[in-house]
Design a protein around this ligand. Structure first.
Ligand code: GLN
Length: 218
C-alpha cells in the first residue's frame, strides 16, 4: 500500500478533508478551521483535530484564541475526533514531554504517552482489527505515535465510559483507539490511507449524536 505521510508532521488536515470529500452521502462539506468563529457560531457539526506536533499545535491554538473554544466544544458534547497529536491534545494527561508538561484541551479521560514507540520505530503500518469497522483489518499508519497508557480511574472517567476500539497486536496490545461519548481518538492516521471506513464511522457517529440532540418534532 502507498501512504503519503509527507504532510503529517505539519498537520494532516488536507488529507482529512480529501477523504471526507469521498463520503458525500455522509458529509455535506468539510472546511479548515483556523479561528474561533466557526467553533462558536454553530455552523459546524463535528470537528477533527489532526496530527502534527502537539506542543506546537497547542501553542498555535492558544495564540489564535482557539483553546478555550475547543475546551467548550468538548464540554458541550459535540462530536470531535483527534488523530495522533490531536489525540494527545484531547487527553487529560500526556506523558513523555521532555520540557515537562504541555497545554492540553483535555476532556478525554485517559493518560497518553507521546512518541511511545521510540526512535527505532518512529513510523510503521500495521493491519489491526477494529471490530467497529467490520471484519477486515484496518491499515493503521503510526507516525511518532502516542499510545493510551491508561484509562483514568476516576469517578468522572467511570461515568463517561471510555471504550477501547482498537489495540495493536504487534505492540503488546497497547491501546491505539478509543471512544468516550462524542469523542473519538486514534494513535494512527486513517487520513493517510485510501480506506474511508474510519472517517465514515466518525461521520455516522456524529450524525447519530446530532439526531439525538435535535428537539423532537411536534
Ligand atoms: N509525536 C507527535 C507529538 O507528540 C505526534 C505525531 C503525529 O501527530 N503524527 O505531538
Amino acid at each position: 500500500m502507498d501512504v503519503d505521510a509527507s504532510n503529517a508532521l505539519q498537520g494532516a488536515f488536507g488529507e482529512h478533508i480529501n477523504i471526507l470529500h469521498k463520503l458525500p452521502d455522509l458529509v455535506e462539506s468539510a472546511v479548515e478551521v483556523r479561528s474561533s468563529g466557526p467553533l462558536l457560531d454553530g455552523s459546524l457539526d463535528a470537528l477533527i483535530l489532526p496530527g502534527g506536533e502537539s506542543t506546537t499545535i497547542a501553542m498555535i491554538a492558544e495564540r489564535n484564541g482557539l483553546l478555550e473554544p475547543l475546551r467548550a466544544w468538548v464540554r458541550s458534547g459535540k462530536p470531535i475526533w483527534g488523530t495522533c497529536a490531536g489525540m494527545i491534545l484531547l487527553s487529560d494527561d500526556a506523558r513523555g514531554t521532555k520540557q515537562g508538561g504541555q497545554t492540553l484541551i483535555g476532556g478525554l479521560h485517559v493518560q497518553v504517552k507521546r512518541n511511545a514507540f521510540g526512535h527505532q520505530l518512529e513510523s510503521f503500518i500495521e493491519n489491526i482489527p477494529i471490530p467497529a469497522l467490520g471484519s477486515e483489518p484496518f491499515p493503521a499508519v503510526f507516525i511518532r505515535a502516542p499510545t493510551i497508557e491508561a484509562i483514568r480511574d476516576t469517578p468522572e472517567a467511570r461515568e463517561a465510559g471510555v471504550q477501547v476500539l482498537a489495540t495493536s497486536p504487534s505492540k503488546g496490545s497497547c491501546i491505539v483507539a478509543v471512544q468516550q461519548g462524542a469523542i473519538l481518538a486514534t494513535s494512527f492516521h486513517p487520513e493517510l490511507t485510501n480506506d474511508t471506513r474510519f472517517h465514515a464511522f466518525f461521520a455516522r457517529h456524529a450524525l447519530a449524536r446530532i439526531a439525538d440532540a435535535a428537539p423532537a418534532s411536534a
